[in-house]
Design a protein. Structure first.
Length: 146
């Protein structure tokens, strides 16, 4: 493990351990999933009141899933209806947002996480998107897409 010295505005200085085999730029945040009761109301809020734009819109199993974000930024929120998650009997914690990372090569990134003793799923195809997930020590799951 390598150590990185960090100090934030409201934090005491601390060391963060990082795996030697994972480079800082191997993954980047693709989007954050917000689980919503009413997809249309959420889209209206983020677009009409906050000023974001719809960046991507897909139909999945009869549900509308939209990604919204500011036009000049790569980052976005993916608004996923809770009813979609309930229909698919997901064991994910839908009370908190989920973070989705992007990696250039899923196999290499997955292998690096395994080498760092991280729990990962198999690479699969979910509605046409190659992905896998990994878990932190607290049991929170994070998606990685290609």
């Amino acid at each position: 493990m390598a150590r990185i010295w960090t100090s934030g505005f409201f934090q005491k200085p601390a060391y963060i351990e990082i795996a030697k085999n994972i480079k800082v730029n191997d993954m980047k945040v693709a989007y954050v999933v917000l689980y919503v009761q009413d997809e249309k109301t959420s889209v209206d809020f983020w677009t009409q009141q906050v000023g974001m734009k719809i960046k991507k819109s897909t139909q999945a199993d009869g549900f509308q899933i939209n990604q919204v974000g500011f036009a000049d930024q790569d980052f976005s929120f993916e608004l996923v209806p809770l009813a979609f998650m309930e229909k698919h009997e997901s064991s994910m914690n839908t009370k908190t947002p989920s973070i989705c990372f992007h990696a250039k090569d899923l196999t290499i990134m997955r292998d690096k996480l395994i080498a760092s003793n991280v729990t990962v799923t198999e690479i699969s195809d979910h509605f046409g998107i190659k992905n896998f997930a990994f878990s932190d020590p607290a049991g929170n799951w994070f998606a990685v897409i290609e």
